[in-house]
Every structure is written in C-alpha cells, then in structure tokens.
Unconditional design. Structure first.
Length: 163
C-alpha cells in the first residue's frame, strides 16, 4: 500500500522505515539509499527539514560508500539536499549541492538530469540576486538550456524543437 505524507503519516513513516530496514538486511546499498531519499522527501513534505536532511545525507553517504557506485542517484540525492537548503533559504549551501549534482549529471551524460538540475540553479541565483539587490534574471541563467532541448524527455512529456 502506498502512503503520502498528508494522507497517513504514521503508516507512511513505518512503511518507509520497514523498507529501509529490509534493504539494509539484504545488504542492498542502492535500495537503502532510495529508501533514505524517500524518507527525506517524506520528512520534507511533513515539515521536518532536520530529519529530511539527516535522511538525505545518510543516503548520500550510503551511495558514496557503496562498492557499485550509482552516480545518477548520487546526483539526485545532491539535488534533493540542494532543494531542501533552498527551501530553508540557505541559497549558498543549496547552490553548492546543485552544482555538484549538475557536475555528476554532466559527467555521466544524463541530459534529463542536467535539465532538471538547471531548473534549480536559476531559481537559487535569482533569489540570491534579489536578496542582494543584484537583479539576477532567470532568463540569463537559462541560456545554456536550448542545446539540451532536442533530446530531452522531462516528466514523460516530450519536448520537441520546431524549426
């Protein structure tokens, strides 16, 4: 049965913790990291950013120490941490994690991951610029995205270049 943070919090937390325990018992680092990311999302949506950060950081550590590295999930986890910091208004920290995520997605040639990560960078930079009175614009930060558009499928919606 699937649970959502707002629907049935006690059962959702128990189900996610049970999945994490099972993955750990099986020695499945990848599965444990996915469960930890899910827990992070759950806590984030439940308004518990400290617990979310703990779960995301543990997921990242698990992925980085796993014998069979999973750079895609490592990049996703870094992006999750960046998004959490962005939500807390810690833009410089957020940007650091977002940049690490972008670097990994670029190294592994994951254009969909790069595009998703590039969506976060301008929001942080724009917010940071407004806070400092620099007026950094979203438009300027997105100038690097067009080269990605022809090949991308984002959230199961095809993006098609029309010439």
């Amino acid at each position: 049965m699937a649970y959502h943070a707002s629907a049935d919090e006690p059962n959702a937390a128990k189900a996610l913790a049970a999945a994490l325990a099972l993955h750990r018992d099986l020695g499945d680092a990848h599965g444990a990291a996915v469960s930890l990311n899910d827990l992070g999302l759950f806590y984030s949506e439940s308004g518990e950013p400290e617990k979310a950060l703990d779960a995301y950081e543990e997921a990242l550590k698990t992925l980085q120490q796993a014998p069979d590295r999973d750079p895609e999930n490592e990049a996703t986890t870094l992006g999750n941490i960046g998004a959490l910091y962005r939500g807390l208004g810690a833009n410089e920290r957020a940007l650091s994690y977002i940049e690490q995520s972008l670097s990994i997605f670029t190294q592994i040639g994951d254009d969909e991951g790069r595009a998703a990560t590039l969506n976060d960078r301008p929001v942080i930079k724009h917010s940071e610029g407004v806070q400092r009175g620099r007026g950094v614009t979203l438009q300027r930060r997105l100038q690097r995205v067009p080269d990605l558009l022809p090949e991308l499928v984002v959230h199961r919606t095809a993006i098609v270049r029309v010439d």
